[in-house]
Structure formats: structure tokens, C-alpha cells
Design a protein around this ligand. Structure first.
Ligand code: ADP
Ligand code: MG
Length: 725
């Protein structure tokens, strides 16, 4: 870095030791640090009025937010309706307007001092006394000069976060702006380019000094957007370089013995299947086969909606491994699911002489020892288990393939532990939580992704409807009628409380009510979180065997067993479930060729009123989204049957971190890039990064020196996440 830029900020005029100390407390030491302290926002409301007299012309029929600048002429606090109401009057050379707050009068009194200038942003109203009024508007204090500049030249004014450390040493909005302005004037030309020229030219970016200048004091909106684009690109570009290096580095380092078709095992198995694989399944299988036939370990993520048939794909992959004398580990998150997979896979393979074991914590001690032995000596070819499989005493003879189901429930470390039990084993990760494209692109940059985007042919789309609680009698009647055609039903209630005791009580109450009052002629079962997994399994098993017509449950059926005749699911208080949970629940039905129904019951008036409205995010403000969240989720369930579509919506509603804890997924906290909105930039940056690293892994070419230096300087300490290690 240029020595000028690494100088302490004390070299700036208005900064002495005391202020320097305050800056240091928020991590700003050098001039460069300060140049990279960007505004958190700008005074950039789209509707800026040049003078107050125009206000009365826009008020009629105007339904948006405007920004207007005025000087405080007077303020008063009025006591009315047991409240202190704060009013402030502002003016410019053409007229007056008023701002009102019904809360916080003390605070606002200190803010709005006579003679000061403010930019006020809100939707104006006309009071019955003919005043133009803003109620609880947003406001920014600006200096008189700024207000002139703003009006005369349309300058965009930056606003910086002002942490208390800065406020304590008397740095306010204007002084910070001034400090940064002087830093830019004297030092921005020392900034060295941080991207190779060819990328700047390719994407028509501003040079680095122009980028930084315009991020602080934009010449106009076009320049501001251009600068933002570049800083975002740069952030994600360097991140993707790391991902790419990580990936290619791993590929370089690791070898496995390539698999070959040795016997007719896979073919024989395929001939026993009672159904045809879908095109999607076949495609994925050929991708997997290619991976397994190469001498690099497979690192593949398989995404597919609930019921799309991932298990059979995993099974066929395992047979390919077994044909090559390898062992397979099948890791699942819960005991009941492990047990289910064990039974399904044993059934599929009953004509073959392949030793399969179930390894979960509830296996008896003596059995455990036997299983551990047979894993160690290589006799067991497939072991299905929970995290119990990760324990140190489990050793494999020749672990060649690891399948991980419902991967997001496993932490990165746990995966690593399993990987270390083999010698660069192949890995297939399966998930039914579809991950939006942007996210998988970013966080699974070093995994190859396969997608099953097609349901087995015999499936009819599930009919999903939304009903108010007043319709419950009709719904029970529907269950009763359909039962005559052999339909079974799930009735789901959300977990009432964290407390298991209360949950148990609630589940039991619902159960008793349905059994005694609503559906007395049907056989009702109950399943809830207080049961052990064996008890849960017994209930599910009895349900599958038609000992019950209806199964009342809390959300424990989320991951459950195939029950072909259960073709109705009623979800109560549906507004309380998350989208992916609703989708998982719905996936419990519709596993046969009969028409299945998902009935969402809610008291949410907004949802019922907007039933079937297609929410368009582009036109919703964040506060509207907040208000409508439940309604948006429920309507999305009606409109979309694909988990991928729902995941996109969920992603928009919740942000990426919440889909599955950010830490676990290894997504860094990006400062500039927005994983939801900046798809285009991410795509370009990733393409560029992967292309460059692919051609020049160690960045030895002269043309890549800038990239190499920046990676070494800025990112060498950064812990690179990896999906596997
Ligand atoms: P998931 O992707 O949710 O794990 P499963 O693998 O459990 O789905 O498959 C759901 C059901 O569909 C299983 O009973 C499975 O045997 C069956 N199945 C899988 N593939 C097909 C297919 N191509 N045609 C018909 N049924 C299939
Ligand atoms: Mg599954």
C-alpha cells in the first residue's frame, strides 16, 4: 500500500490525538481505513421537492413519499388526550409546513433547534385546518451550506453511521462528512488499483479512486450506482477466488481409486425395480457415475423436492461403490429416519447378498460391538446411522462413499469427522430443502450440484387450500366422506410452547376433542414429541397398517414414513409455520396416484382476505412485507408446489442466514453484496473468478499479480469455509 495511505488519520487537519483514539476504537486507524468507511445511506429519496409551495400541488392524489428541505422556525409541545404532542414548523423562501410526533416529545425537542436545516421525508397530509403536515417523518439534519448545495446542484448527501465513540469526541454528521471530504481530496489519488485492468474494462467499472470518491460524495446517481456495483463485484469476486482456489486445491491434492463397472450388480438391481426412473434421476445418476469413475473424490450436492426419489439414486450410487469393493456410510439426522432408510433399503436389496447394518444409539451394547466389528473387517457393505456413526470407535475397512441425507442438520465439523474415516471418500449430500440458486452458487461454490426437478410420473399435484377456522366442521366432514374411499388423514397442530409438558397437554387435548366430538366414528391416533422414537415409529407403523384413519400430530411427522393412503393433511394455525416446514409437511401426502389435499387452516384475516393474491415483492416495501409475511407464506403455498419456488420466496422473506444458521453454512458476512438482490453481479464475479483460477491456480501469471497480492494481503488470515472440511 502506498505509504501515504497507511499514515495515521492524525495527519488530517481536524483530527488530534483524542479524536484519533475514538476512531481507533471503531477500527479506523489509517487514512485508508477512513476512505473505506462508507456511508450507510444517502439522502437520495426519489421525490425531492425544490420548494415548499410545490407541496400543495402534489398533495392531491399523491400517494408516495417525498423529501423536502426546510429551516426550523418554531416548535411547541402540546398536551392533549393525555399525551405530549410535539410539533415543529419549518420554512423555506416559499412557504411553511409542519411535522408532528405523538411520542418522544422530549427527544425531538432537543433535535429540532431553531435555525437548523432538516431534510424531511414522508408522505404529506393536509390537515383540516389547511396545514401541510408530516406525521412521524424520517429526517436528516444538514448544514445550511449543504441545504443550498443540495437544492442548487442536486448534490447527494452521504450519511455515515455515527457510533457513540465518535459522538463522544464531538464528531457529528457534518464534521464527519468534512473529515472524510478532506481525506478524499488529499489522498484518494494515492489509491492503488485493486482489480486487474482487463476486468475493469470488461465490466466498464470506474477506476478505484473514482469508485471511492463516488461512494462518499456521488457526482450523480449514475456514478453512485456504478461505484456500488464495482465495490460489490470486488467483494464477491475475491470471495469466489478463495472458493475456487479451495476447490481446485482440493482437487489437485486428493485422489481416489476410480470406480469401474465390475459385475452386473447395478444392472441386476435396476431390473428388479417396479418403476421406471425419471429422466431427472437418470441424469443425476450419470453425473454421479462420471464423478465416481474419475480419480478425484466426488463432492456432490443432490437437491430434490420431498418425494422426488433421492433415496433410490443414493442406493444405486452405493451399489456402484459396493461393486468396487467399497463400503458405504449413510448418515441421517434422526433415529426414526435411519430406521426407515434401513428398512426401505433392506427391502430393495432383499434379493441380493449385501450386508446392511443400522447403527444408532439405541442399538444394544452387544449388538453394537458386533456391528462395529463387521464394519471394521469390511463385511458390512452399507451402514445406515445417525451421528452415532461419527464416534471414534467406528473404523471402516474401506469407506468409499458417504451419503448424507438432509444435510443442513449436520455441522461442517461432523461431516469432516466422517470424511476422515475414509481415504478421500466420495461424498453425496442430499437435501430436500431446496436452496435458492444464488445461495447454492455462493456457499456451495466448491461442491458440484445436481438437481432432481421432476416428480415420479404417477404423482398428481396436491390440491392446497386455505380456510378459516369457521370451516373446521366442513373439513371434518370432508375427512369423513373421503375415509369411505380409503383415505387417511393427518391433522397437524403446531408446537404450542417450548415446554414439552404443555405440548403434551395440548396434543392430548386436540386428540380427545377430535376423537370424542368431531370424528367419533373414526379411529384416531396420536403422535407427539414426548414419545420415544420407537414409540413414534410404532404409531406411524400402525397408521400405515390402517389401525388408524386419522393421525393427530404435532410436527413430528415432518420427517416421516411413506404412507401411501394418507392423502389429506390438515395444518392448523398454519400461519405459525415457516414456509419450508409447511412444504415438508405437505410432502407427507401425495405419495401415490390418488388426489391428495393439503388444507391450511388459519385465523389470520389478512391471509384469508388475500387468499390467492399473487404477492409481488417488487412493489412491497419492507414494512408491508413484515405486515403481510404470514399471508405471503400461505398464499405462496397455494400458488406453488415446487420446493424451489417456495425456497426463493422464503429466502426473500427471511434472508439467507435464517434458512439454516449462517454459521453452519459458512456464509461470510458480506458488507456490500446482497445475496438476494445481486444475482447478476454474483454470477459474473463467480464466472470471472473460476475462470481465472482455473487457468492459473497459483496466480503466477503477471496479469494476475494484483489479484494475488490482494488475496495474500487481505484474505490470507480469513478462514476459508469449505463445505466438507
Ligand atoms: P425423497 O426424495 O423425498 O427422499 P424418496 O426417495 O423417499 O423421496 O421417494 C419417495 C417414494 O417414491 C419412494 O416410495 C420411492 O420408492 C418412490 N420412487 C422413487 N423414484 C420413483 C420413480 N421414478 N417412479 C415411481 N416411484 C418412485
Ligand atoms: Mg428422503
Amino acid at each position: 500500500m502506498s505509504t501515504e495511505l497507511s499514515k495515521s488519520i492524525q495527519y488530517l487537519k481536524s483530527i488530534g490525538p483524542k479524536r484519533a483514539e475514538s476512531f481507533s476504537q471503531i477500527g479506523i486507524n489509517t487514512i485508508k481505513d477512513l476512505l473505506y468507511y462508507f456511508p450507510s445511506r444517502y439522502l437520495d429519496r426519489t421525490n425531492i421537492l425544490k420548494s415548499i409551495d410545490v407541496l400543495k400541488y402534489v398533495i392531491n392524489g399523491f400517494d408516495g413519499e417525498i423529501t423536502i428541505i426546510g429551516k426550523v422556525v418554531e416548535s411547541e409541545t402540546i398536551y392533549a388526550n393525555k399525551k405530549n404532542i410535539f410539533k415543529v414548523k419549518l420554512k423555506d423562501s416559499t412557504g411553511f409546513f409542519e411535522c408532528v410526533w405523538f411520542q418522544g416529545s422530549k427527544y425531538f425537542k432537543d433535535v429540532f433547534n431553531e435555525g437548523q436545516y432538516f431534510a424531511i421525508s414522508s408522505k404529506p397530509v393536509l390537515t383540516r385546518y389547511g396545514h401541510l403536515q408530516f406525521v412521524h417523518p424520517d429526517f436528516d439534519r444538514i448544514s445550511e451550506i449543504e441545504s443550498q448545495e443540495f437544492l442548487n446542484t442536486g448534490k447527494i448527501i452521504p450519511f455515515y453511521r455515527l457510533p457513540k465513540q465518535l459522538r463522544q469526541s464531538n464528531i457529528g454528521d457534518f464534521s464527519l462528512r468534512k473529515i472524510i471530504q478532506s481525506a478524499i481530496n488529499s489522498y484518494s489519488n494515492y489509491l492503488e488499483e485493486t482489480l486487474p485492468n482487463r476486468l475493469i474494462e470488461k465490466h466498464n467499472f470506474l477506476p478505484i479512486n473514482q469508485t471511492i470518491k463516488n461512494l462518499h460524495f456521488p457526482e450523480n446517481y449514475e456514478m453512485l450506482n456504478s461505484a456500488k456495483k464495482r465495490i460489490k463485484y470486488e467483494e464477491i469476486f475475491y470471495f469466489e477466488c478463495l472458493v475456487a482456489q479451495n476447490k481446485f486445491y482440493k482437487i489437485d491434492k486428493e485422489f481416489t481409486s476410480p470406480f469401474k463397472v465390475k459385475t452386473s450388480l447395478v444392472k441386476d438391481f435396476l431390473s428388479t425395480l417396479s418403476f421406471e426412473l425419471t429422466k431427472s434421476q437418470l441424469n443425476v445418476l450419470s453425473e454421479i457415475r462420471k464423478d465416481l469413475e474419475s480419480n478425484k473424490p466426488m463432492n456432490r450436492l443432490l437437491q430434490g423436492d420431498v418425494g422426488s426419489g433421492k433415496t433410490i439414486v443414493a442406493l444405486i450410487s452405493m451399489l456402484f461403490a459396493i461393486d468396487n469393493n467399497s463400503q458405504c456410510a449413510f448418515l441421517v439426522p434422526t433415529e426414526i429416519l435411519a430406521d426407515q432408510h434401513f428398512k426401505t433399503i433392506s427391502r430393495f436389496l432383499n434379493k441380493f447378498n449385501i450386508k446392511i447394518e443400522l447403527f444408532i444409539s439405541s442399538v444394544s451394547k452387544s449388538n453394537k460391538a458386533k456391528i462395529i466389528d463387521s464394519i471394521k473387517n469390511g463385511e458390512t457393505k452399507i451402514v445406515i446411522g445417525t451421528h452415532a456413526l461419527l464416534e471414534d470407535n467406528i473404523e471402516f475397512n474401506n469407506l468409499g462413499l458417504i451419503v448424507i441425507d438432509e444435510q443442513h442438520r449436520f455441522g461442517v465439523l461432523q461431516r469432516y469427522k466422517l470424511v476422515s474415516k475414509g481415504n478421500s471418500p466420495n461424498i453425496l449430500i442430499m437435501t430436500a430443502t431446496p436452496i435458492p440458486r444464488t445461495l447454492s452458487m455462493t456457499i456451495y461454490g466448491d461442491l458440484d450440484v445436481s438437481i432432481i426437478d421432476e416428480m415420479p410420473k404417477n404423482r398428481k399435484p396436491i390440491k392446497t387450500i386455505l380456510r378459516g377456522e369457521n370451516k373446521l366442521p366442513d373439513i371434518f366432514n370432508f375427512i369423513l366422506q373421503k375415509n369411505k374411499d380409503g383415505y387417511q388423514a393427518f391433522i397437524v397442530y403446531p408446537l404450542v410452547e417450548e415446554s414439552e409438558k404443555i405440548e403434551l397437554k395440548a396434543a392430548t387435548t386436540y386428540y380427545e376433542e377430535i376423537k370424542n366430538n368431531f370424528l367419533p366414528s373414526l379411529k384416531i391416533g396420536l403422535i407427539h414429541g414426548k414419545l420415544s422414537w420407537q414409540e413414534k415409529e410404532k404409531v406411524m407403523f400402525d397408521f400405515a397398517n390402517k389401525l388408524y384413519d386419522v393421525l393427530v400430530s404435532t410436527t413430528v411427522i415432518e420427517v416421516g414414513i411413506d404412507i401411501p393412503d394418507a392423502n389429506i393433511i390438515v395444518i392448523n394455525d398454519a400461519e405459525r409455520f415457516g414456509l419450508s416446514q409447511l412444504h415438508q409437511l405437505r410432502g407427507r401426502v401425495g405419495r401415490s396416484d390418488k388426489q391428495a389435499y393439503c388444507i391450511l387452516v388459519t385465523k389470520n384475516e389478512l391471509a384469508l382476505k388475500s387468499n390467492n393474491i399473487n404477492y409481488n415483492f417488487e412493489y412491497l416495501s419492507s414494512s408491508e412485507i413484515e405486515k403481510h409475511k404470514a399471508a405471503i407464506r400461505l398464499n405462496a403455498m397455494i400458488k406453488y408446489s415446487s420446493g424451489f419456488d417456495l425456497a426463493e420466496i422464503d429466502f426473500k422473506l427471511r434472508g439467507p442466514g435464517n434458512i439454516f444458521g449462517t454459521e453452519q453454512s459458512g456464509i461470510p458476512n458480506f458488507r456490500y453484496i446482497n445475496l438476494v438482490e445481486d444475482v447478476e453481479i454474483i454470477t459474473k464475479a463467480k464466472e470471472d473468478a473460476f475462470h481465472i483460477i482455473n487457468e492459473d491456480k497459483f496466480l503466477l501469471n503477471h496479469s494476475n499479480t494484483i489479484i494475488k497480492n490482494i488475496l495474500e494481503k487481505n484474505y490470507s488470515s480469513q478462514k476459508i469455509f469449505s463445505s466438507i472440511a
